[in-house]
Design a binder for this molecule. Structure first.
Ligand code: SF4
Length: 238
């Protein structure tokens, strides 16, 4: 049954992407990983299937079915949804559904601004669809609750995001044209954290193994400290 759930999630995600298409999601994560996803695709884990299914179900429930993807400047864009003005249905804002393991109480608008991957991709959706506004609906995995945040990008931010997307597209295109013979450098990652969940770490990025292990150990240390502090507070208040 668990295996069936993983297969179902993979079916909904659609067939593996080909070398000739570049999607916005390929460009807003480590480019080396995007090239490796084509060259050496990895099966989805059960945890990934569950995370994907929860996000997909909630997004469809709140935003309805996604509009078909649209191609701009040789990149395919699939926004989670649009807030439209009636009756002409002009787009007033881009809607994005995100999920996070961060605690809701510590999450605010600044937290959205700190997430380069979320912001970068959404800024390009806004630029391509002629709006400066994005509404983020954030699902907090541990509290099983949602909150919404609005970001209004400046015109300069939108132009900068488009320029960055074009530069990253050109790097990835060169790798795709070589069918992954030439891989983008590991410096194309957006955050060090990406390596902590990347299936290609050991096989393709040996230089990233030690720093990634250190990062995971530091995260674990911080988690234990938070748990200890919470237990101490509970004891004090008992
Ligand atoms: S391990 Fe890190 S640098 Fe290497 S492909 Fe994955 S995310 Fe990119």
């Amino acid at each position: 049954m668990a295996q069936w759930a993983v297969q179902e999630a993979q079916r909904i995600m659609g067939p593996a992407r080909d070398w000739d298409e570049i999607h916005a999601s390929d460009l807003t994560q480590c480019l080396r990983q995007s090239a490796l996803n084509r060259k050496d695709p990895q099966p989805m884990s059960r945890e990934e299937a569950v995370r994907f299914a929860v996000g997909y179900a909630l997004q469809e429930y709140f935003f309805g079915s996604e509009d078909p993807s649209q191609e701009f400047d040789k990149v395919w864009y699939s926004s989670d949804g649009f807030y439209r003005e009636l009756p002409d249905k002009s787009i007033l804002a881009v809607l994005e559904f995100k999920s996070t393991g961060v605690y809701m109480a510590t999450f605010d608008e600044e937290s959205i601004r700190d997430r380069d991957g979320w912001l970068f991709r959404t800024a390009t959706y806004c630029a391509k669809h002629g709006t400066n506004t994005a509404h983020f609906m954030v699902y907090f995995l541990f509290q099983r609750d949602i909150d919404c945040f609005t970001v209004v990008f400046t015109d300069a931010e939108l132009r900068a995001a488009e320029k960055r997307m074009d530069e990253r597209r050109d790097i990835l295109r060169r790798s795709f044209d070589s069918k992954g013979e030439t891989l983008p450098s590991s410096d194309t990652r957006l955050y060090d954290l990406e390596c902590t969940w990347c299936p290609y770490l050991v096989k393709y990025c040996p230089g990233r193994v030690a720093p990634t292990k250190a990062l995971i150990a530091e995260q674990e240390r911080q988690r234990k400290e938070r748990t200890k502090a919470k237990a101490a507070t509970r004891k004090k208040n008992a």
